[in-house]
Design a protein around this ligand. Structure first.
Ligand SMILES: Cc1cc2nc3c(=O)[nH]c(=O)nc-3n(C[C@H](O)[C@H](O)[C@H](O)COP(=O)(O)OP(=O)(O)OC[C@H]3O[C@@H](n4cnc5c(N)ncnc54)[C@H](O)[C@@H]3O)c2cc1C
Length: 466
């Protein structure tokens, strides 16, 4: 039921229309949870603006009443990042869902903040089938902008870096309500690149919506090859993985490298499956790439000379998942291993040579807590770093298991920091741990930037704080 005599609610309803603002507990409840294990959060209002002008008005209203704003796309981080850490309003951006410009010769697209991965993917397939964007494995309703904000990654991130690298520019409503154009579009009529300018896009990526609300995004598109195949390697000894990954990327023919760990039947000796995707426009091109990778398999020996390599014939059922775009190999599949399926993962950004240690640590944590451990590793850049997913599936119906998963996440975050890695899309408690370890001058700089941009501290407070 609406609480009508609330002045903030009344103003929100005036700005966006009654159907798109709410303070009804039953609707707020939906916005107070995500599908991970973060508990319900307090939400006071939900607002769904359709235009940049409405976003500006809502931001000004929030400043006037000192009500926190948390921008929300599809709320799919699994770590509660689309939920308010400290009450206030959720700004659901899904109504801003237009694709504004597709520029084929310049290989970019301009979209609004609510455009989803599925929407952009199918739009490109229909209107420009020789170009694609770097889609994450996240469900198709995840927003493209939400993924940029958390510096996510997709199946083109081996070649072109994490997805935030693909931004040309953006339109942002600053925490004080002004609209700001970031990238070449602030000088040129076109948002075709970042330009030889100070790179302000970094002020909005990785900040978890604490520095402004992105309303439009200009995104790079990349050549889409006609055919795709997967070559699989398996190693018995995880210590050999870094060298194998190095050599595979050194061939310069691989588009995506994803490693999954599968426990053996007795649960003690997991195997590592390295899946290298290759693409091409001609059969000959693909044949050449296959031959290179097969030769590597025949020659590969670890740094200490141990031969622990062989190609594994990727079964069709697995291959059909890898050749999908995005590949459907998500640890989400693991959520169904147990009834009531849910899962959480600590996605740790690690140096590639830390993979064996991470594997050992994850296995130990899971076995001590009696959990299943399903590592999934996405290689970023040419082995410049890896996203090591420590995946812990759980049965949502068992609160006691859920609690053990929370504990596993806590211990994993600590272990990752101890290893010199950094948890990615860290939940609020993990952000605190990162901040505790941060060089104090860096933390002060972050805080100072936030104070300058957001003098009333209304943008998603609680994130990146001590
Ligand atoms: C099964 C599964 C698989 C996944 N696989 C991947 C993967 O392969 N790669 C990957 O990168 N991620 C993956 N994820 C994580 C996540 O779902 C994605 O990164 C997703 O793209 C996030 O988008 P979202 O719309 O859900 O963002 P949200 O969760 O809604 O938001 C993310 C952050 O961005 C902020 N934000 C949202 N919109 C705006 C805006 N307009 N302006 C400013 N701030 C904003 C929010 O406040 C929040 O801090 C996966 C998740 C699941 C469930």
């Amino acid at each position: 039921m609406t609480i009508p005599d609330d002045p903030v609610y009344r103003s929100l309803a005036e700005i966006v229309g009654q159907d798109y603002a709410s303070n009804r507990p039953e609707e707020l409840f939906i916005y107070s949870l995500d599908s991970g294990t973060e508990g319900p959060r307090k939400v006071d209002y939900v607002v769904m603006p359709a235009t940049v002008e409405q976003v500006q008005k809502v931001v000004r209203l929030a400043n006037q009443h000192r009500v926190p704003i948390t921008p929300m796309g599809a709320n799919l981080t699994l770590n509660g990042l689309g939920l308010p850490a400290d009450g206030g309003m959720v700004m659901d951006v899904k109504r801003m869902d237009r694709i504004l410009e597709l520029n084929r010769p310049r290989r970019y697209v301009v979209i609004e903040a609510g455009v989803t991965q599925g929407h952009l993917g199918s739009y490109l397939e229909k209107n420009c089938p020789d170009l694609e964007h770097s889609r994450p494995e996240a469900p198709p309703m995840a927003t493209v902008v939400g993924n940029m904000v958390i510096r996510g990654h997709g199946y083109l991130s081996l070649r072109y870096g994490n997805n935030a690298h693909h931004i040309n520019g953006m339109e942002v409503v600053l925490p004080t309500g002004e609209v700001c154009n970031i990238g070449a579009g602030c000088v040129s009529p076109w948002p075709f690149c970042k330009g030889p300018l100070p790179d302000l896009t970094g002020l909005f990526c990785g900040w978890n919506g604490t520095t402004g609300i992105i309303t439009k995004l200009s995104l790079k598109l990349f050549p889409k090859r006609r055919i795709l195949d997967v070559i699989g390697y398996t190693v018995k000894d995880v210590a050999l993985l870094p060298e194998l990954l190095y050599q595979v990327t050194h061939t310069d023919v691989v588009d995506n490298l994803f490693v999954v760990g599968i426990a053996s039947a007795d649960g003690r000796e997991p195997r590592q499956y390295v899946n290298a995707s290759i693409t091409g426009d001609l059969d000959e091109e693909l044949a050449y790439k296959r031959a290179l990778l097969q030769r590597l398999a025949a020659q590969f020996a670890g740094a200490d000379g141990r031969q622990a390599r062989f190609l594994y014939p990727v079964p069709d059922v697995i291959k059909s998942r890898f050749v999908e775009k995005p590949p459907y190999v998500s640890p989400a599949l693991a959520a169904d291993f147990q009834k009531g399926g849910g899962y959480r993962y600590c996605g740790a950004i690690l140096p590639v040579d830390k993979i064996p240690e991470a594997w050992r640590v994850g296995t130990q944590i899971a076995s001590r807590l009696g959990l299943m451990f399903l590592p999934g590793i996405q290689i970023l850049g040419y082995c410049h770093s890896a996203m090591f997913g420590f995946v812990y599936p759980f049965n949502r119906a068992e609160e006691e298991t859920v609690e053990r998963v929370r504990q596993a996440m806590k211990e994993t975050n600590e272990a990752v920091l101890e290893m010199g890695g950094i948890p990615w899309k860290a939940e609020v408690s993990a952000q605190r741990k990162i901040v505790e370890r941060m060089d104090p001058a860096s933390y002060e700089l972050i805080s100072r930037i936030r104070r300058v941009l957001d003098p009333n501290g209304i943008m998603n407070p609680g994130n990146w704080s001590r």
